[in-house]
Ligand binder design. Structure first.
Ligand code: ZN
Length: 296
């Protein structure tokens, strides 16, 4: 009797290897392509964090951006037309989270949907006693585990522009994507070694509980209170601080900083500090930006 045949649509191991090899080869080809000068100008203008990176990281980032832009689909919403400036500005920030790591470049992500401004979305929130509150909510962005990230372009620009305020919408939403790669979003992304999960759970779990307690006692916190929503939000908020207020995070929460450093394999507190943007206002894009106002 012949061995069991693969079910229709199921790849046999040789096919899996072939698909993997083809993807790897395609990505290597994309990474090797000359990086368009226009894209580089956009990154240098819109993503000041880039200027802080060592040359090797900048080069790696350019390769990741080439792959990201070839593989992910961008869709404008609310009247926004997608331009190269929008695609490159978002891709560069998303790929900063991937530097120096073994990565499949957001494998679940298919589409990035971009609104011109904050947008409204339906909200359904269970209440104690089984009731459900339904309504709409103004949002700046969201990450779906089934392959999409939604962003407000205004807030993408604002988050990228100020590299020291600890708020970065793209870092936040793409941290959720990293979390999703390891199963249900629970604040524990796929760590480089199994041995790291115990310390990760102890440190992040402990700081998450400390944040909740601080908020309940009305104590000021470096971590944004939104991080107390659940462990997934805590990881996303901590990621924003890790890259944008690394010195403060390292001083106030050294163990948390260290766990994030081990995960991201970057040490942003050591990066050059002379990359602040100049006084000119950032160009927020060439496309029409006359979509509906938030709440309309
Ligand atoms: Zn979030």
């Amino acid at each position: 009797m012949r061995g069991a045949e693969a079910a229709p649509g199921t790849l046999i191991p040789q096919e899996v290897r072939a698909v993997f090899w083809l993807k790897k080869r395609r990505r290597e080809r994309l990474k090797g392509k000359p990086f368009p000068a226009q894209w580089l100008a956009t990154i240098e203008r819109n993503v000041p964090h880039y200027r802080r990176l060592p040359a090797a990281d900048q080069e790696e980032l350019q390769g990741l951006v080439q792959v990201f832009l070839a593989e992910k689909n961008f869709e404008g919403a609310g009247g926004l037309s997608i331009t190269d400036e929008i695609r490159v500005t978002i891709a560069a920030q998303a790929c900063i989270l991937l530097l120096r790591r073994k990565t499949d470049i957001y494998p679940r992500l298919r589409s990035i949907i971009v609104y011109p401004h904050a947008y409204t979305a339906p909200m359904r929130q269970p209440l104690p006693g089984g009731a459900v509150m339904e309504g709409t909510q103004v949002r700046l962005g969201e990450s779906w585990s089934r392959g999409a990230v939604v962003l407000s372009w205004d807030d993408v620009v604002r988050g990228a522009w100020d590299i020291d305020d600890g708020r970065n919408l793209v870092f936040h939403e793409f941290a959720h994507q990293l979390d999703d790669e390891a199963g249900p979003a629970d604040g524990a992304p796929r760590l480089p070694h199994h041995s790291m999960y115990i310390a990760w759970a102890r440190v992040l779990g402990g700081e998450y509980r400390n944040l909740i307690e601080s908020i309940e006692r009305h104590r000021p916190t470096l971590l944004h209170p939104y991080g107390a929503t659940n462990p997934a939000e805590f990881f996303a908020v901590a990621t924003e601080l890790f890259f944008e207020q690394s010195h403060q995070l390292r001083a106030r929460y050294p163990e948390l900083y260290d766990q994030l450093r081990l995960f991201y394999q970057q040490d942003p507190a050591l990066l050059r500090d002379d990359a602040r943007p100049g006084p000119s206002k950032i160009d927020v894009g060439d496309g029409p930006r006359d979509g509906p106002a938030p709440g309309s």
